[in-house]
Design a protein around this ligand. Structure first.
Ligand SMILES: [Zn+2]
Length: 363
């Protein structure tokens, strides 16, 4: 009889699947379309996962309270998921929760927020989300805020280079509350400001290595080293356009095509997934070895204890071949073994390292 394939417990530091629950009425406790649900997660060895609430910045234009309401709607979906499927998943807020979920064989679901615009410049809102179970927040998404600059171009003169004094307060309050500070999407200065202010290790939950592909969403070797020196972890992302320049160019080209432009749906999340399916079906696959390249480079620069996984499933469109959905994490683990990591090291990357930071910060 063949031995079962190596399948380490996975801690995925960033997925966007809650939007499907809210906008498309998908029950993530059942087999769905899209990239991640609990059924496929279990198949792939998913032990812990950060379900983020990401709010389209368009909500900010709808007036005060709109971004918060949308964040709460997404958080409601997180709580409904764990309430409806206790045999599969549990809401977890600390290391003890990780342990008990593991003992009972259920997935540890951690609530996160992607983008500080959800707090609408209010520490009270931050505290409100903490009370609702949020234990990780990506300080900024691709939209610049009055208190933190994103990695994207186009910031006006009113935007600080890094964190403003209020931005520093946000990081301090997150430290006090026991929330993991996430610097994916942050400008280089905001990254370093967060590193300087935070008394706890921080993470870049879903990013890649700029040395392999120079992209605004990836981290330089200096950033990787400094993140690791402060005890942090980078979660390598599965987004093909961040991983590989040629893949990004192909995608940009396809987005100009008539077939792509003709796609339509009655809500943005539905359209996003139609586009994802189109790109996945139309373009030649990106080899999974490219993900391995990023992981191994990060390991070389940061050390084995400072690299993890943040797929960004349901928040990205085209995925690498063999990593199309949450049933596939084992393929990455097996590829890392083939490329020379031992089983302990692969376990650290696939889950152990992120879990360590989550435990430390939420303790
Ligand atoms: Zn993101």
């Amino acid at each position: 009889m063949d031995a079962a394939p190596f399948l380490p417990p996975v801690f995925d530091a960033h997925v966007d699947s809650l939007q499907r629950a809210v906008d498309l009425d998908h029950d993530l406790g059942t087999l769905t379309s899209g990239h991640l649900d609990l059924v496929r997660g279990r198949e792939g060895g998913l032990a812990s996962v950060v379900f983020v609430s990401w709010v389209d910045p368009a909500y900010m234009a709808k007036g005060p309270g709109s971004a918060r309401r949308r964040t709460d709607d997404l958080l409601d979906a997180y709580h409904v998921l764990v309430e409806n499927h206790p045999e599969q998943v549990r809401a977890v807020v600390d290391g003890a929760g990780l342990d008990s979920a593991r003992e009972d064989g259920v997935i540890a679901a951690i609530a996160g927020i992607e983008g500080g615009h959800s707090i609408e410049e209010s520490l009270e809102y931050l505290e409100h989300y903490h009370r609702r179970g949020v234990r990780m927040m990506t300080l900024v998404w691709n939209n610049h805020l009055s208190w933190v600059r994103s990695c994207q171009a186009g910031a006006g003169p009113e935007i600080p280079d890094g964190l403003s004094s209020f931005g520093r307060e946000v990081v301090q309050r997150m430290n006090q509350l026991g929330m993991v500070v996430d610097v994916s999407h942050a400008s280089e200065k905001a990254f370093y400001d967060a590193l300087e202010v935070s008394t706890q290790p921080i993470v870049a939950s879903h990013s890649g290595c700029a040395a392999i592909h120079s992209h605004v969403r990836n981290l330089s070797d200096a950033q990787l080293r400094d993140l690791a020196s402060a005890g942090g972890v980078v979660g390598v992302v599965f987004c093909t356009s961040f991983l590989d320049g040629d893949a990004g160019a192909l995608e940009r080209g396809e987005r100009e095509s008539e077939a792509y432009r003709a796609l339509s749906h009655d809500n943005e999340t539905g359209l996003f997934h139609l586009q994802a399916d189109h790109l996945q079906a139309t373009l030649p696959p990106l080899c999974m070895e490219r993900v391995v390249d990023h992981v191994l480079h990060a390991v070389e620069v940061c050390g084995i204890r400072h690299v993890g996984v943040g797929s960004d499933f349901d928040g990205i469109q085209r995925r690498p071949e063999g990593l199309e959905d949450a049933s596939c994490y084992g393929h990455l683990a097996q590829a890392l073994l083939r490329r020379g990591l031992n089983e302990d090291d692969v376990c650290a990357v696939m889950g152990g390292n992120m879990a360590r930071v989550f435990r430390a910060v939420t303790a």
